[in-house]
Design a protein around this ligand. Structure first.
Ligand code: HDD
Length: 703
């Protein structure tokens, strides 16, 4: 008999400098060098062979007795849990919230009582429509869900990067979501709203028009999670120690300012790096550039609510920041990535009904419906009522209750008494003083299924949003509507949308209709309340009016060639890094290039894998010969042509001329093209980059 060829695992290699092992309490230990742990089954039985199943003879059938194989495959077969029905694709990070000063006057929420208090936090960003494996740059709302592990229980602010929503009543949520998801007969399109069913629903739902303006704006294609706002959307209540109520709306403001990409860029990013947003967050946190947001609140009383133009319970409306200036309460800093994506980011369960004493709900019908839905969905997704036992969901403050048993119970109460009241003096008791109390709002009414008349104005704020945008932003909204509706096959839906746009902005309606080949404009849609003209534009609603004042946190892609000027590159890198931005080098080949002075310039990307859409600005540090060669490569020409078309600032050495020429870019076309002669030119490039884009180029490039 031939000697069996037993496949051996050999010595496990490690690609990390440190080997880590998790202790029973979940803590990480470093494993001493040469002390590789022995592989075991989940029952702890050491494993001798993880390469071959147990068989009769080397070519015979496998044995059911192979408990290691059985357990391994059994576990693998059950690895997947249902993805979230919405917001399936997400990415999270740990951090903390730091309170600026006491807000005891308005709320007894413990988190806001002491200046300097630090509260652990976990945040999950997401897209809404796509499945877990979809691409990051879909045109979509971004989820912005914050879990604050306060000393009086977990508080979840489950918000979005847009302050309003599509619908006014939670009963319509399944409909809007069904309409945007892949169509049920054909199973496409994935992570896209550009299809008939979505626009059919929208065009039949005038209350969604305000949200549609936001979703068609560049807000729906953010450059990074780090550069977008978050909003709690609904009106909530703060209750102080005397149970006096103040209405509150929550806003998260990114320290690095707002920034989005353009649609043509988004399409290309999805191909070049579908993980663009997650990679960006990962890179930033791993390199110590911790993203930060300020929590600001709009506070108002019942008198304001009664006198405001719109109903504060209507989630399709916002209160302009110019009307009620938000007050800063503290800062949220994200400084640690999860150890394990599944355990933390996937299993985290956010719920709108998680509020601590001092925070309460309003009667917003969307919020009321959400308060039911979020608990319900966790059972489906996480499979047990004990999902709060998972470390990511468990409170970090002491907690005591009599809930017990159920699947996967990890923390049953100890002792004899599991009820109250009891005669044994054991177990927790409620506290009227510390406990959660609802605002004792007087309520009186008939049981009805009605939409309040105060919710009926669907166009005025949509118009206000459009009027608050800068010219390039308005243009982008028109282009987005055109693109989306061009994918709609049913002409009546396209026309119905134009009839709504006529109630928002006639020019916008005409531009979109023209592009869609609609010769005769339809009648404006019937409006329950005539759209108003008198709402002041709100500059806070524009991205471009709220950009950063520095280039910090952004990234420059530097294309180099053999024979490049290494000392110039060094100066450029120093200046960019001094600004708080980063540099990534792109070269014709993996590994980098040899510079003119004989030194090696290392590169992160090869030209085919490092297109300019991945960067906020680009520089071409090329020798003339190198540029001539690159001019023959489509990827290099695209690098330059795209950067130009996307209105990016482009710095270049004199040697880059042949590549610019072949890419169809005149080096003197505009002030966004910056020759790199000396250190002064480098400073000029950085100063320009602070503006992020040269929007005046847009008309010339017909983006
Ligand atoms: Fe929702 C998830 C935000 C309306 C039902 N929602 C979910 C997430 C975010 C939001 C950020 C992902 C949380 C995470 O990262 O795990 N949802 C919103 C906002 C809304 C909104 C800002 C309107 C203002 N949602 C909404 C309604 C309903 C739901 C009206 C149902 C009546 N949402 C859910 C859900 C999800 C969810 C089905 C899916 C997974 C989950 O909850 O945990 O229950």
């Amino acid at each position: 008999m031939a000697k069996s060829a037993r496949q051996s695992s050999g010595t496990p290699a490690t690609i990390h400098d440190q080997k880590l092992e998790r202790g029973n309490g979940g803590e990480l230990h470093q494993i001493a060098e040469g002390d590789t742990p022995v592989l075991t089954t989940a029952q702890g039985v050491p494993v001798a062979d993880d390469q071959n199943t147990l068989k009769i003879g080397e070519r015979g059938p496998s044995l059911i007795e192979d408990f290691h194989f059985r357990e391994k495959i059994f576990h693998f077969d059950h690895e997947r849990i249902p993805e979230r029905v919405v917001h399936a694709r997400g990415y999270g990070a740990h951090g903390y919230f730091e309170t600026y000063e006491s807000l005891a006057k308005y709320t007894r929420a413990d988190i806001f009582q002491r200046a300097g208090e630090k509260t652990p936090a976990f945040v999950r960003f997401s897209t809404v429509a796509g499945s877990e494996g979809s691409a990051d740059l879909a045109r979509d709302v971004r989820g912005f869900a914050v879990k604050l592990y306060t000393k009086e229980g977990n508080w979840d602010i489950v918000g979005n990067n847009i302050p309003v929503f599509f619908i006014q009543d939670a009963i319509k949520f399944p409909d809007i979501i069904h309409s945007v998801k892949p169509e049920p007969d054909r199973g496409f399109p994935q992570a896209a709203s550009a299809h008939d069913t979505f626009w059919d629903f929208i065009s039949l739902t005038p209350e969604s028009m305000h949200m549609i303006m936001w979703v068609m704006s560049d807000r729906a294609i953010p450059r990074s999670f780090r550069f977008m706002e978050g909003f709690g959307v609904h009106t909530f209540r703060f209750l102080n120690a005397k149970d006096e109520s103040t209405f509150v709306k929550f806003h998260w403001k990114p320290k690095l300012g707002l920034q989005s990409v353009v649609w043509n860029e988004a399409l290309k990013i999805n191909g070049a790096d579908p993980d663009f947003h997650r990679r960006d967050l990962w890179d930033a946190i791993q390199s110590g550039n911790f993203p930060e947001w300020e929590l600001r609140v709009q506070l108002f009383d019942q008198d304001f609510a009664d006198s405001f133009d719109f109903d504060v319970l209507d989630p399709t409306k916002l209160i302009p920041e110019e009307v009620i200036a938000p007050i800063a309460l503290g800062r949220l800093v994200l400084d640690r990535m999860p150890d394990n994506l599944f355990a933390e980011t996937e299993q985290v369960a956010f719920m709108t009904q998680n509020v601590p004493p001092g925070v309460d709900f309003s009667n917003d019908p969307l919020l009321q419906g959400r308060n039911f839905s979020y608990l319900d969905t966790q059972i489906k997704r996480l499979g047990s009522t004990n999902f709060t036992h998972l470390p990511i969901n468990a409170p970090k403050c002491p907690f005591h209750h009599f809930q017990q048993d159920g699947h996967m119970a990890m923390r049953n109460p100890v002792g004899r008494v599991n009820y109250q009241p009891n005669s044994f003096g054991e177990g927790p008791r409620e506290s009227a003083q510390r406990g959660f109390r609802s605002f004792p709002e007087a309520m009186d009414g008939q049981k009805v299924r009605l939409r309040a008349a105060s919710f009926a104005d669907h166009y005025s704020q949509a118009r206000q949003f459009f009027n608050s945008q800068t010219a390039p932003e308005q243009k982008h909204i028109g282009m987005a509507l055109t693109f989306e509706l061009s994918k709609v096959e049913t002409s009546v839906i396209r026309e119905r949308m134009i009839s709504h746009l006529l109630n928002i902005d006639e020019g916008l309606a005409e531009t979109v209709a023209d592009k869609l080949g609609i010769k005769e404009l339809p009648k404006p849609a019937d409006a329950a309340v005539a759209p108003r003209d008198d709402l002041e534009p709100s500059p806070a609603l524009s991205i471009l009016a709220n950009g950063p004042d520095s280039f910090a946190g952004r990234k420059v892609g530097v294309l180099v060639s053999p024979g490049a000027d290494a000392s110039l590159l060094k100066k450029l890198r120093t200046a960019i890094e001094k600004e708080g931005a980063t540099v990534e080098v792109i070269a014709p080949k993996v590994g980098g290039v040899e510079a003119a002075d004989g030194t090696m310039i290392a590169a992160k990307h090869m030209i085919d894998g490092g297109p300019s859409v991945l960067f906020d600005a680009v520089a071409l540090v090329l020798s003339e010969e190198g540029a001539e060669r690159l001019a023959g490569e489509a990827a290099a020409r695209d690098f330059v042509a795209d950067a130009f078309a996307h209105c990016k600032f482009i710095a270049f050495t004199p040697g880059a001329a042949p590549l610019l020429r072949k890419a169809g870019v005149d080096p003197k076309a505009d002030e966004g093209l910056i020759g790199l002669g000396d250190a002064k030119a480098i400073a000029g490039f950085i100063e320009s980059c602070r503006k992020l884009r040269l929007w005046s180029r847009e008309t010339a490039v017909k983006l």
